[in-house]
Design a protein. Structure first.
Length: 365
């Protein structure tokens, strides 16, 4: 996967920015606040239709501007696609794929694949289950782009069920609740199946990727922790399991006014030699695990789609010792890479160098 060109208008600090990156390694250099990370964020935004900073769409519009525009062209093995996003400071954004309106992230995910390595990736292992659920769901979308629509529809259905429960509580109309339970059972079963299948595909690579990155240490393993009884032992009829789980907790949900079972309540438990990575691993170990999970996604992309994803490395090497940085470079898929750094001497990888400032981007002399 290659990003052929990128254009920004009124995106973050950039009033205008345009460049055609190298097909291999691109090092984006600049002072703090120059907008280096914003360039990577824009690339990720084109691929996933969301900010890897977890920012709302309106926050990406340059202060004082009416709308941000991000445009880019990606080349795969057999096709080239242009993605365009117009994001107003107020109102709904517009997304075009080759000039046609996009309704779902899955339409873009079928053509574009990006993996981002970020300083905040420690959150993936240190913070709550939502971060690990997001990683699993992103992995599923990479493998099966249609999964994005299933995830979006499930999220919407859970919100609707919660709104009904919050308003009515123990007086909730049961036939109406039946409708949402049936909807969540079907969609929840689909999302669970995608997660479990993605983890099954990734598991053979898990220990190898982590050990090669960390250099030594205990084996990394994981276990899916589900709020739905039976998920850990079978994936034959997840919709039926979801339906039974929702029925079992219905009285409690009506009392608590919230949906307490489903994929939105699950977690992925990560262990090093039996130790919980979240609570009993050092920060160095946690960083290796987080990087390993991102590398795992890139590895699966190559295996499953037959093409290396665009890789984004946002100021990652400043957080790594030289040995670990070198091992990370050795494990990266052979494709297009974007790296940001205020100190390029820390980056153990050569390539095209670009100077980034709020005025734009230009090739280094």
């Amino acid at each position: 996967m290659i990003l052929g060109w990128l254009e920004l208008r009124d995106f973050r600090v950039h009033e205008e920015l345009s460049f055609s990156p190298d097909a291999a390694v691109n090092l984006l250099v600049g002072d703090n606040g120059s907008g280096k990370t914003s360039v990577l964020e824009a690339i990720g935004y084109l691929a996933t239709l969301r900010s890897f900073r977890r920012s709302p769409d309106a926050a990406m519009v340059r202060v004082g501007a009416e709308a941000a525009v991000v445009r880019g062209e990606f080349r795969g093995n057999v096709s080239t696609v242009k993605v365009e996003i117009e994001n107003p400071a107020e109102g709904r954004r517009r997304v075009l794929l080759d000039g046609k309106a996009v309704r779902s992230r899955s339409e873009v995910a079928e053509h574009v694949d990006v993996v981002a390595f970020l300083p905040d990736d420690l959150d993936l292992v240190k913070r709550g289950p939502a971060y690990r659920r997001e990683w699993m769901d992103d992995l599923a979308v990479m493998l099966w782009p249609r999964a994005a629509s299933e995830q979006q529809d499930l999220e919407r259905a859970v919100r609707q069920r919660n709104a009904l429960l919050k308003k009515e509580g123990r007086r909730t109309d049961l036939p109406t609740l039946d409708v949402w339970d049936q909807r969540i059972s079907a969609l929840g079963g689909a999302v669970l199946r995608r997660r479990l299948e993605a983890l099954d595909l990734a598991r053979p690579h898990l220990a190898s990727v982590h050990s090669r990155l960390a250099g030594q240490g205990e084996a990394l393993s994981w276990e899916y922790r589900s709020s739905v009884e039976g998920v850990a032992s079978t994936a034959d009829d997840l919709e039926a399991l979801m339906a039974a789980a929702l029925a079992a907790v219905r009285p409690a949900d009506m009392e608590r006014r919230v949906t307490t079972v489903g994929p939105h309540r699950d977690d992925l438990e990560l262990s090093l030699g039996g130790r919980d990575v979240r609570t009993r691993a050092s920060q160095g170990e946690q960083r290796s695990v987080a990087l390993g999970l991102r590398l795992l996604a890139a590895t699966l992309s190559v295996d499953h789609r037959g093409v290396a994803p665009v890789v984004l490395l946002d100021d990652v090497f400043s957080e790594l010792d030289p040995d670990r940085g070198r091992r990370l470079v050795e494990l990266l898929p052979a494709g297009q890479v974007f790296i940001t750094s205020a100190h390029p001497a820390e980056v153990p990888l050569g390539g095209a160098v670009w100077n980034v400032s709020v005025e734009g981007i230009e090739a280094a002399p």
